[in-house]
Design a protein around this ligand. Sequence first.
Ligand code: GRF
Length: 195
Amino acid sequence: MLKVLVCVSGGGTNLQAIIDSIGNRKIKNAKIVRVISNNHNAFALKRAENAGIDAVCVSPKDYPDREAFNDALLSAINEKEPDLIVLAGFLVVLPEKIINEYKNRIINIHPSLIPSFCGKGFYGLKVHEEALKKGVKVTGATVHYVDEGTDTGKIILQKAVNVEEDDTPETLQRRVMEQAEWELLPQAINMIANK
Ligand code: GRF
């Protein structure tokens, strides 16, 4: 049984996709052992509680400095001894010590077809604003392993999504989530849990 720990910051729709996929057995041999949010107000925490999943908030606001926060985050992760850490809309840059301790056991969902529209500052709506500004006809989402860079780890899965003429960043974000993110992340977890 793959022990999965999910890190979140916001609405938690990707977390919900994982919870639902475990429930309907699209993901086999895996269980979520903890959800960690850096944001006290993240609705993702409510989704975890509603699903009866251990949910904790480790917020930088609650620590005197970054080092203390990083140590608290690592402790909250280590307590559950996960086999896989999933960054699902997690807006915190993981410190080297966590990446090293969980080498090749951290994956992230990014809302574009890497190497397009990724790297420092490319998260949330900004990714879709840039795609629309560039005028691409196709975008999508990528699941990749996390390394010391930003969105630079080995790509696991990608899925393309059409850009519509009248798209706004919001409508495009929604389509990428519905048609790509919410499919790819559970698919990647299932692959890792059953390889
Ligand atoms: C989404 O834009 C997703 O692409 C990115 O984080 C945002 C929020 O996702 N990874 P969620 O609803 O909190 O899962």
